[in-house]
Design a protein around this ligand. Structure first.
Ligand code: SAH
Length: 412
């Protein structure tokens, strides 16, 4: 894996870039993978309708010599009908369909391998991008009557999407982290995952009848905060009302980060009530330095402060992600410390801990916690008054949302 510390990371200031390259040197000395903050310079994916803002769409249509009203027409096909293929758009003159397709709707994602489990209610798709990079998205439908594996509760669907091809954060327990960073995705490449998932649901391809995407989580491949500009453009289009966007509620969107503190602070100023998830995995710097190398740049106290600041600014309860790894981070003392760390920064009510049984990656020395250790960890947090749940393990047999599918196909 080569890193390019001089490459201009999305939205990174020069001082941040130099801090990152110094950090990379330090981490390189000890960790299996170097941290990579700045995405390598690679060919950009072609411009797509899904990359554009509403104003840019009007300009682009005019630049093509078409009347401005065509912009809304195209957007209706794309966002309302989830149709990215103009060949059947009968309200557009035949000759214009080809021009629109070529100018605005290049094919971005090719399905390589769809895999489903949980009675068909979990669908994972491996996508190939224009340059051969591989990413994945996972659609999970809950509460489907008659399918026990889909869980109980209300019928709803969550789509887990990738924000980068690979990831530069180098967390040693994560398959994606071990593969390094290939490149940032464009907004259109991120949104196209959503359009595809929304189509599958609408067209009744998932058991439970035609449905809609209720929740979007940036928990697929990549570190969304390291591709900040693209994920903000994505969120704005996800939340824009039809026909200018997908009309998904900001409250149903979760941005998950390993802890890029300046970006958490920036997100807090955007005025968007999206949910923030912070992948903490350890309450102490010594262990977190190892599990999440980014911790050597922004430590636990700084990260939890920023997370609390996000709650103060948005009133959205923050989710703390904690993968339970047997005999590594699952001791009761660590649960106690986690409770103390979270309460020190803002008392009760601002935060919720989501425990994830580790999904072991091939060749890893780590595995999931014992049942009794998991239960003791939960109990210790509850004693300290911290809200806690254990995440279900949907998609386990198809290597859930942890980059393993792309890793295994990439190795073929
Ligand atoms: N870069 C973002 C999104 C990553 S994936 C982030 O770090 O939050 C979403 C979650 O899956 C993160 O909490 C990540 O730490 C977790 N994860 C990664 N590999 C895992 C594994 N093998 N088992 C369980 N959870 C894992």
């Amino acid at each position: 894996m080569t890193t390019q510390p001089n490459a201009t990371g999305d939205g990174l200031r020069p001082d941040e870039i130099s801090a990152y390259s110094a950090l990379e040197d330090r981490v390189r000395a000890g960790a299996t993978m170097p941290l990579t903050m700045a995405a390598p310079r690679r060919g950009k994916p072609p411009r797509h309708w899904l990359d554009l803002t509403r104003d840019e769409r009007r300009d682009a249509v005019r630049a093509l010599g078409l009347p401005a009203f065509r912009a809304d027409q195209i957007s209706r096909h794309v966002f309302e009908h989830l149709d990215l293929d103009p060949s059947g758009w009968t309200d557009l003159p035949f000759a214009d369909r080809t021009r629109v397709a070529e100018a605005f709707l290049p094919s971005l994602l090719t399905s390589v391998r769809p895999l489903s489990c949980d009675g068909g209610t979990t669908l994972k798709t491996l996508w190939r991008l224009f340059d051969g990079s591989l990413i994945e998205s996972v659609l999970m439908r809950y509460g489907v009557p008659g399918i026990r594996a889909s869980g109980s509760g209300r019928n709803r669907a969550t789509l887990c999407i990738s924000s980068q091809a690979g990831c530069g954060m180098a967390c040693p327990f994560c398959a994606t982290g071990q593969g390094g960073l290939q490149r940032n995705l464009s907004a259109a490449e991120i949104l196209a995952q959503v359009v595809a998932g929304a189509r599958s649901l609408r067209d009744g391809e998932i058991p439970g009848g035609p449905g809609r995407v209720n929740n979007i989580v940036f928990m697929g491949m990549g570190e969304p905060m390291a591709n900040y500009k693209a994920i903000m453009a994505t969120i704005r289009t996800l939340t824009a009302a039809a026909p200018h966007g997908l009309g998904i509620s900001a409250r149903g969107i979760t941005v998950s980060t390993v802890g890029l503190v300046p970006r958490i602070n920036q997100l807090a100023t955007e005025g968007l009530p999206v949910t923030l998830a912070v992948s903490l995995h350890a309450p102490d710097d010594e262990l977190r330095d190892e599990l999440c190398p980014i911790n050597t740049r922004w430590n636990v106290a700084e990260l939890v402060d920023a997370a609390h600041g996000y709650f103060v600014a948005t009133k959205r309860r923050v989710s703390i992600e904690y993968a339970l790894i047997r005999d590594v981070n699952d001791q009761v003392e660590r649960a106690d410390l986690l409770g103390d760390v979270l309460r020190r920064h803002g008392g009760h009510g601002w935060v919720h801990v989501n425990l994830i049984p580790l999904n072991p990656t091939p060749g890893s020395k780590w595995t999931a916690s014992r049942r009794r250790d998991e239960a003791a960890f939960v109990a210790a947090l509850e004693r300290r008054g911290v809200a806690v749940t254990v995440r279900d393990t949907r998609g386990r047999e198809i290597d859930g949302a942890c980059g393993q599918l792309a890793a295994s196909v990439g190795a073929e």
